[in-house]
Design a protein around this ligand. Sequence first.
Ligand code: GDP
Ligand code: MG
Length: 162
Amino acid sequence: MVPVIALVGRPNVGKSTLFNRLTRSRDALVANVAGLTRDRKYGEGKIGASPYIVVDTGGISGDEEGIDSVMAEQSLAAIQEADIVLFLVDARAGLTAADEMIADHLRKQNKRYHLVLNKTDSIDADQAEADFAVLGFGEAFHIAAVHGRGVRGMIDGVLEEN
Ligand code: GDP
Ligand code: MG
């Protein structure tokens, strides 16, 4: 079975950028505008010898409250279908209330999830990680989706465990 990897996180953390890199396509809508990718988007990819399916998520309507305000229903559905959840945060922005809400949701799911610090280009990623330690998610992967740095190591790492 080809593992399904869901990319979740609040808007603008770099999910679609990572999706494009993992699928070597530019099909997912990448934009500065928060929440532009409104639907789940699937892509196939392969790093090394291991194939995977990756799911991009995003989009908020702005009308919801609580967890629904940071994760649209389709994001929650994507978590349900995934074998592995990559929880992306913005290493530059630091921990936000929305990140904490998503973390609370993930903890209640019976899923394998990994914390991924994105946008670690030209910052001290270890220092940034300290900010997220309060989540208790253990060691994070450090990546820069825009350059691809750390992406292969992350995928190798999560697929190895699968
Ligand atoms: P999404 O809303 O989570 O899907 O985020 P996007 O993939 O649309 O990215 C939001 C913004 O962050 C875009 O301007 C991206 O170019 C930028 N971005 C994504 N990854 C990185 C990264 O690794 N480093 C930096 N500096 N910017 C990034
Ligand atoms: Mg997006």
